[in-house]
Design a protein around this ligand. Structure first.
Ligand SMILES: Nc1ncnc2c1ncn2[C@@H]1O[C@H](COP(=O)(O)OP(=O)(O)OP(=O)(O)O)[C@@H](O)[C@H]1O
Ligand SMILES: [Mg+2]
Length: 324
């Protein structure tokens, strides 16, 4: 079945998440549309500060920012309209997240086994022993040594890399319909990284899990994703299937990202080396957010902001170069 025919699982429309402080307003996410279909893996890329984490946290209703506009529908539910209780029953069950900062999602007063088991007891109705043995199984899957022992330990007894893997085990334990993974493997060594990606592939193949994969690693994007969304300054600037993004990127920003991929001999695959800096959110008034760094910038780029335009079916770009 082609992706176009699958049901939409997540549909984010016109989302704006802003932060307010004494210094002013930070429009961290500034009108984002994202659709993820059942079983689909969608990559979100873009430089530091472009709004990737805030977008994902807003989807889980975990951001301290204020949603000022837009809608989020997940599995037939209006996420922004749910009560806190309703949201809690979705989080960790149908929709689970692997965070950039593992400590934020682990509770210091419960053992690893209790934390992984808690969700499966609710979700699958497991009793205590069954939940514990399943937790051991999950720990084994993410490559934790001596899982029978670790299952009774507390988060502070583990190293950062181990905590990251525990969090991944926890997120996957309930076989969520949507897994949101924010830099899931960045902190881990290469062997473990490969294991975790394998595990995500397995979950996807066996359970048809959809994945929102936020990463700086374009190698991971190429390996894992069906579609790619490129963000810049709180907005989507380009979106297409993964092959097109690598072979025929249209937005000057995406082209810059692709040029900044080091050669294959180089191990280091982190982005990016486009001239200039990411704009401070809220610092730009008129025109395209990328214009100050764009080598193709024209007169109207600095005056009017371009809209997302469809260049070919399934491929959109936010650039005056592609706007008739
Ligand atoms: N709690 C917060 N309070 C105020 N501003 C915030 C907060 N969280 C994020 N921001 C701002 O929102 C913008 C987007 O941040 P976000 O964390 O989404 O970036 P990102 O794309 O995930 O970057 P990275 O690749 O470094 O993780 C940034 O300018 C950031 O400073
Ligand atoms: Mg982030």
């Amino acid at each position: 079945m082609t992706n176009q025919l699958k049901n939409k699982l997540l549909e984010i429309k016109g989302l704006k998440t802003y932060f307010y402080s004494d210094e002013g307003v930070v429009p961290a996410v500034d009108g984002v549309d994202i659709t993820i279909r059942e079983g689909e893996t969608v990559g979100i890329v873009g430089e530091s500060g472009c709004g990737k984490s805030v977008t994902s946290l807003t989807t889980m209703r975990l951001t301290p920012g204020k949603v000022v506009e837009g809608s989020i529908h997940f599995d037939g539910k209006d996420i922004l309209a749910l009560t806190d209780d309703e949201m809690r029953s979705i989080r960790g069950n149908d929709m689970a997240m692997i965070f950039q900062e593992p400590m934020t999602s682990l509770n210091p007063v419960f053992t690893i086994g209790e934390q992984i088991g808690e969700a499966t007891r609710i979700h699958f109705g497991y009793n205590k022993p069954k939940a514990k043995s399943h937790a051991v199984e999950m720990l084994k899957l993410v490559g934790i040594p001596r899982p029978e022992h670790i299952v009774d330990e507390y988060p502070h007894q583990l190293s950062g890399g181990m905590r990251q893997r525990v969090m991944i085990a926890m997120a996957m334990a309930c076989e969520p319909k949507l897994l949101i993974a924010d830099e899931p493997t960045t902190a881990l060594d290469v062997t473990i990284q490969a294991q975790i990606l394998d595990l995500m592939r397995k979950l996807r193949a066996e359970k048809n899990t959809a994945i929102m994969l936020i990463t700086h690693d374009l190698g991971v994007v190429a390996e894992m994703c069906d579609r790619v969304i490129v963000m810049y300054g709180g907005k989507v600037v380009e979106e297409s299937d993964v092959v097109t993004i690598f072979t025929n990127p249209k937005h000057p920003y995406t082209q810059g990202l692709m040029k900044s991929i080091p050669s294959l001999e180089v191990e280091e695959r982190r982005l990016y080396s486009i001239k200039g800096n990411v704009p401070i959110p809220g610092s730009l008034r008129d025109g395209c957010t990328f214009a100050p760094r764009c080598e193709f910038a024209m007169e109207n780029c600095r005056k009017d902001a371009p809209q997302l335009m469809e260049i070919e079916p399934g491929h959109v770009s936010r650039c005056w170069l592609h706007t008739p």
